[in-house]
Write a protein that binds this ligand. Structure first.
Ligand SMILES: Cc1ncc(COP(=O)(O)O)c(C=O)c1O
Length: 385
């Protein structure tokens, strides 16, 4: 192809190849145990695969309705009502989307104009800031306190200006594996009362909360639900990250605007998979058993690294376990992550990549959504470092 001859004013000049791509490539090259990638190395339930096949074979292969198929929208609002005691209208207040990342991007694109400020919490999932910047918005960062990753809500209050249009929150949190308490959400609810600030609440790990704690959804807090886009993902819940299926809930006024953008962005999410998910959601146990399933994996991995020089930080939700390495090395986490992959055959993600200006915390993130065999081999390597 001949080169494009003109200068391109990039909308995302700082975005290059991400560490996730780098680590996965390195892990493959060095045949390393790959605990860097945030997705399962096991398959979804055969029943779910069979349902997708059933709906494809039954000929439901053309465009579904723009907001999502009715049975799935109904199943979603019913689940939310049962779990969080919040009542969304399936007609006007829920939209099925091709993945949570898309839902977050579209919610931001729906409301953010050049110059608008969006409060983000660092460390942050990597899609938030670019999604804001593509719309001309300005990310305003509040750092969670190290090492417990708690939030200083006075700092959040100070970050709010007349230009603040939105705030993106994420609980359970990637990469910190922390969860918001009910008190956190109550403080946020009262802080935002009387403002027109909209919350985008990334709750993709809603069913992966450990040690008997409850997921604190914005849906549980009327003062937050009335101003929030609640975004979730079937990918995390049903071990199908490659399907890119999720949903967004919001009060009808916000959802009407969201759908205007969604309509011309993708129009619809995959049809037959929606019918399959709707039917599969009848089995409540599939999502209600997820926390115990992952807690067992977390505990198995923690037991395995007990004898190592790595120090675990609390993992209260998600499928990530962060390990501090202060006792092992002074290296930057990016350097160590690369060295461990090349020299020891284990890949992780350095947590500094989730910050705009990397702090010097010495923490690596390990994904435990893996088979016990993989986790055992990974832990064995970590014990020798
Ligand atoms: C916090 C967070 N939000 C969103 C996503 C993406 O979800 P989806 O694959 O449905 O776009 C991820 C995936 O890693 C995540 O960790």
């Amino acid at each position: 192809m001949p080169a494009f001859a003109f200068e391109i004013a990039s909308k995302l000049p700082k975005v290059g190849t991400t560490i996730f791509t780098v680590m996965s490539r390195l892990a493959a090259e060095h045949h390393a145990i790959n605990l860097s990638q945030g997705f399962p190395d096991f398959d979804c339930a055969p029943e779910l695969r069979a349902l997708v096949t059933k709906y494809i074979n039954s000929g439901l292969n053309q465009y579904p309705p723009m907001a999502g198929v009715a049975p799935l929208r109904e199943a979603i609002v019913e689940k939310i009502a049962t779990l969080y005691d919040a009542h969304y209208d399936p007609e006007t207040e829920v939209t099925v989307v091709p993945g949570a990342t898309y839902g977050i991007f579209t919610a931001i694109a729906t409301l953010i104009r050049p110059g608008d400020e969006v409060v983000l919490f660092e460390p942050a999932y990597d899609s938030y800031a670019p999604s804001v910047e593509v719309s001309g918005g300005k990310p305003v960062y509040v750092q969670m306190r190290f090492p417990d990753y708690s939030i200083d809500w006075r700092e959040v209050q100070n970050a709010i200006t007349p230009k603040t249009r939105m705030m993106v929150i994420n609980t359970p949190n990637n990469p910190t594996a922390g969860v918001f308490s009910a008190e956190d959400l109550r403080v946020l609810e009262s802080m935002l009362r009387g403002t027109d600030i909209v919350v985008v609440s990334d709750e993709v790990y809603e069913h992966i909360v450990f040690d008997g704690h409850q997921h604190q959804s914005v849906a549980r807090f009327p003062g937050l639900a009335e101003r929030s886009f609640l975004v979730s993902s079937f990918g995390k819940t049903y071990h199908v990250t490659g399907w890119k299926m999720g949903y967004v809930l919001a009060p009808k006024e916000l959802m009407a605007e969201f759908r205007k953008v969604h309509q011309f962005n993708v129009f619809v999410a995959n049809g037959p998979i929606q019918y399959a998910l709707a039917e599969y959601m009848r089995d409540r146990d599939a999502y209600l058993s997820l926390a115990a399933f992952y807690q067992k994996k977390r505990d198995f991995f923690l037991e395995g690294v007990k004898g190592s020089r790595f120090k675990p930080l609390p993992s209260r939700g998600t499928f990530f376990q962060n390990l501090r390495y202060d006792a092992i090395s002074d290296e930057k986490d990016t350097d160590l992550a690369i060295r461990l992959t090349k020299e020891h055959g284990i890949a992780s993600i350095p947590v500094s990549v989730f910050y705009r200006e990397p702090p010097s915390h010495k923490v690596l993130r390990f994904c435990f959504a893996k088979s016990e065999e993989t986790l055992a081999r990974g832990a064995e390597i970590l014990c020798k470092i």
